[in-house]
Design a protein around this ligand. Structure first.
Ligand code: SAM
Length: 491
């Protein structure tokens, strides 16, 4: 049996996890001979992988079994945090049930599955994610909490003034030097992707005005700040936040993964692209090497049996019809759902309540599908999976995010940059592939949205191929996980 304990930092120190106590019930279940289906698995081939899932809300159960399609040995996945907080008996029976279900070929059949197996980037969790941003206000009204309170540090790092001032100072220096050579275009473009409530844009523009006044070269007069988001609703909120700058701000409804659809007219013209806490919110797959062979992680969203039964009972419907109602929710959104099904929802808040209950209960089953060569896998349009090879070949098995959405967005945004332009991103970013071996990097649930760490080395490779230097620096705030990623045209 192969046992992999990933959260190395949790194994020592004041808050160390009691590994023996946590794992004993699991090994108890594994080694017990039972009359029915056990010992259910060939222990000589079983892999046990333990993570510490730091997100209080996430898509995992404390013990789950992940099959390998094609008959490879399965993986027993443990969330050490989850099993430490659960009674030993419950863990033992959970592990035994997972193994038994696998053995009988009926893994998870009692759950209400919401979709077919597929790459995680195509999962319904992303439809939930998008629903959240399309109807942010309804969610925030129901919880009484703004989305920023869920971000690391309780607010967006975009609002810290010192880095904003540094960024604008650098822009001024570039513009001064271009202006001195009569090479500065009349229009000065800045693009922000994924603007949220517009607080970052507001801070940035206010600071710009103040610094421009002191600098004295009237750059504000020439500034165009383009706020972009795929949620018209979010853009409306952001527009209200920056109402003091209306003449200098335009807003675009666009998918951050396809900026050129609306912004192609800005090719080579943008001096600064800013992206904060967005890449971690874009769809991603995960790839795992198991026994030196690459596998794609496939996922399937489901509602656990007990939750599905409770939610259905609350609506007075049969659990079997719940799946169709969830699909309707994802397609229509809460206001139209309430209108279309008044027999189930008295008003819009009732539909929002249904949405929140489903999101709270939502889990992902996972399985591994062998890949027949990395070149058969596409990271982003025109970017082959081969680019992952150097990251995967760093010694031993590893499972990592592909950050497909971030990679697509990044690759499609770079062509917008002026030769002296810069792309800057604040986010939770893995900067060394080894970090995938020592910590859980998502997915987690923030309020109604999905979060995954971003595969920084992969983005750096993509940037390098397109002629950009990509660098990473910790964000200057104590205790922050946030990384500043910067892409500049290579000299
Ligand atoms: C966590 S918020 C971050 C907002 C802001 N940048 C900040 O740091 O506070 C993520 C933002 O990205 C937007 N977003 C998510 N996926 C997107 C996509 N595919 N295209 C465009 N915007 C997207 C959401 O609507 C939301 O405004």
């Amino acid at each position: 049996m192969l046992v992999e304990i990933r959260p190395a930092a949790r194994l020592r120190g004041k808050n160390a996890v009691d590994l023996t106590a946590a794992l004993a019930p699991v090994f108890g279940a594994l080694t017990t001979e039972t009359d029915d289906a056990g010992p259910v698995t060939d222990l000589s081939r079983l892999r046990v992988v333990a993570d510490w899932v730091q997100y209080r809300n996430n898509f995992r159960t404390p013990v789950e079994l992940r099959p390998v399609v094609g008959g490879g040995p399965p993986e027993l996945a443990l969330d050490l945090r989850g099993i430490s907080g659960t009674g030993a008996d419950a863990v033992t029976s959970g592990a035994a049930a997972a193994l038994r279900a696998h053995h009988s070929g009926g893994a998870g059949s009692r759950h209400l599955t919401l979709e077919e197996w597929g790459p995680t980037r195509d999962s319904a969790i992303w439809a939930f994610n998008s629903l959240y941003w399309q109807h942010l206000q309804l969610w925030e009204e129901a919880t009484g909490q703004g989305y920023e309170s869920a971000l690391p540090g309780g607010q967006s790092d975009a609002r810290h003034l010192e880095p904003v001032r540094a960024t604008i100072g650098k822009l001024f220096a570039i513009w001064d030097s271009l202006a001195d050579r009569r090479a500065l275009p009349e229009e000065l473009y800045v693009v922000e992707l994924g603007v949220g409530n517009g607080n970052q844009a507001g801070t940035w523009l206010d600071t710009f005005v103040e610094m421009d006044r002191a600098h004295g070269r009237e750059y504000y007069r020439r500034l165009h700040y383009l706020m972009c988001d795929y949620s018209p609703h979010v853009l409306e909120l952001a527009r209200a936040t920056v109402c003091d700058h209306t003449e200098h701000v335009s807003s675009f409804v666009l998918d951050a993964q396809r900026p050129l659809t609306s912004l192609a007219f800005l090719r080579f013209k943008v001096f600064f692209v800013y992206i904060s806490n967005v890449y971690d919110n874009l769809p991603t797959d995960e790839i795992a090497t198991i026994g030196q062979r690459e596998h794609l992680v496939e996922a399937r969203a489901y509602l656990p049996d007990t939750d599905a039964t409770a939610i259905a009972a609350g609506l007075g419907i049969e659990p079997e019809t719940l799946g169709a109602l969830v699909q309707k929710l994802l397609r229509l959104g809460p206001p139209l759902l309430a209108e279309a099904y008044p027999q189930h929802f008295a008003d819009v808040p009732a539909a929002v309540q249904f949405w929140r209950e489903c999101w709270q209960a939502l889990k992902l089953q996972e399985r591994y599908v062998p890949l027949h060569g990395l070149d058969t896998y596409e990271i982003a349009p025109g970017i082959s999976g081969e680019l992952l090879r150097p990251l995967l070949a760093t010694g031993g098995d590893v499972r990592m995010h592909v950050s497909n959405g971030a990679a697509t967005s990044f690759a499609e945004t770079l062509p917008l940059l002026h030769p002296y332009g810069r792309l800057q991103c604040h986010d939770i970013v893995v900067t060394d592939p080894h970090q995938y071996r020592s910590g859980f990097r998502g997915p987690g649930k923030y309020d109604g949205s999905v979060v995954n760490w971003v595969n920084g080395p992969l983005l750096a490779h993509i940037g390098a191929r397109k002629g950009f230097d990509v660098s990473f620096a910790p964000f200057r705030r104590n205790g922050s996980n946030i990384i500043t990623m910067t892409a500049d045209v290579r000299d």
